[in-house]
Ligand binder design. Structure first.
Ligand SMILES: [Zn+2]
Length: 178
């Protein structure tokens, strides 16, 4: 094991060893929904959204997870970041700041991690992970792993937190759906 196991933020204890790194595959794997007709996000529309406006949709995860709030921001347009128009790119900065502030407004949040991986699904999506305040073990990139390690946030609190995010977003325009 590398020294990462000694980090205060490492979520695991006990005997662990890294997996063997397999050789490269012949080609990159296709991502989910590369074809718009098969895109889960495009088929969902606003049905799973907590907030939306003419250009953007914000959704929660389908069930509570370990962190108090995790939401995803999508453009309505079926596009990945390398295909966004200049107009959409210009709108992206303000909406990232806006969603980050809305998640922060839930309260008792130490930091909001804004992440874009994009290895699973094609349709552009940004993660907003609310790291609880005063829990230094949860700082940094392992917060995304702690989200799967910690017991789920109780559903009533999860719903209140999502409603707070939706209200904060709707305060600057668009429509809250919770
Ligand atoms: Zn799509």
């Amino acid at each position: 094991m590398p020294p990462v196991r000694e980090w205060e933020t490492f979520p695991f204890d006990g005997e662990l060893r890294p997996r063997e790194l397999l050789p490269p595959e012949a080609a990159e794997r296709a991502r989910n929904g590369e074809d718009e007709a098969d895109c889960w996000r495009c088929q969902q529309g606003e049905s799973a959204a907590i907030w939306s406006d003419e250009r953007w949709v914000v959704t929660p995860l389908t069930v509570p997870s370990g962190l108090p709030v995790v939401v995803l921001l999508f453009p309505r347009e079926h596009v990945d970041i390398d295909g966004v128009s200049d107009e959409l790119a210009t709108a992206l900065g303000p909406v990232l700041v806006r969603v980050e502030r809305a998640v922060w407004s839930v309260g008792e949040i130490g930091r909001v991690h804004v992440c874009r991986w994009g290895d699973g699904s094609f349709h552009l999506h940004w993660w907003f992970l609310a790291r609880p305040a005063r829990l230094p073990q949860l700082i940094g990139s392992f917060a995304a792993i702690w989200d799967d390690v910690l017991p789920p946030t109780p559903e009533p609190i999860w719903r209140e937190n999502l409603a707070a995010v939706a209200r904060a977003l709707a305060g600057d325009g668009g429509t809250a759906h919770v």
